[in-house]
Write a new protein. Structure first.
Length: 183
């Protein structure tokens, strides 16, 4: 549902994009396409390895794309990464400054801005957050997608879901986990 909402929004605004799903979302194909695109959106499962943070990664069709492999790619032009996966910015009290997580790793890989989650997110509201985020980002960026304005767009998305759904304790847990790192 999240991927479809984003695809439709980007198509409606004539923003070129590529979607890798199912058998097309392999570790090698995703790494290759990451080198060709400045903005990425992961809508998948992820895992953080607190004992070896560089082995944290995203689960794809044929395995896990580890942070160490992403960093080795030396991505040129990497700009924005939206990590719509559970716990992509969860730290660990044993790790220095809690900065060793997937979001921090994506910054180390060269992305200027990263949207991530501090804990598990529900599939029910993720598409709303993503659609509001991108609609706001596109409205202000005449060149397509960039990390410029990503923090503002995330703030807008969380405000929108709060207005539509309310501020109950249950719904608080749907928007609070989303954070922005970078410029």
């Amino acid at each position: 549902m999240e991927v479809r909402a984003i695809q439709q929004l980007l198509a409606n605004h004539n923003v070129q994009h590529l979607c890798l799903e199912s058998k097309n979302a392999t570790v090698n194909e995703v790494k290759t396409k990451m080198n060709a695109h400045s903005c990425i959106h992961f809508a998948c499962h992820a895992a953080q390895d607190t004992t070896n943070p560089l082995q944290s990664g995203f689960y794809l069709h044929d395995g896990r794309l580890e942070l160490s492999a992403i960093i080795k790619e030396q991505l040129v032009g990497a700009d924005l990464a939206f990590l719509s996966a559970c716990q992509t910015s969860t730290g660990d009290e044993k790790l220095s400054e809690e900065a060793v997580h997937l979001a921090g790793g994506m910054l180390a890989a060269g992305y200027r801005g990263v949207v991530a989650t501090m804990w598990s997110i529900g599939d029910r509201y993720g598409p709303e957050i993503a659609e509001d985020f991108y609609s706001n980002l596109i409205a202000d960026d005449k060149n397509g997608l960039s990390s410029d304005g990503a923090a503002r767009a995330l703030h807008y998305a969380t405000q929108q879901i709060r207005q539509r759904r309310g501020d109950s304790e249950e719904l608080l847990l749907t928007w609070v986990p989303y954070v922005h790192f970078g410029v």
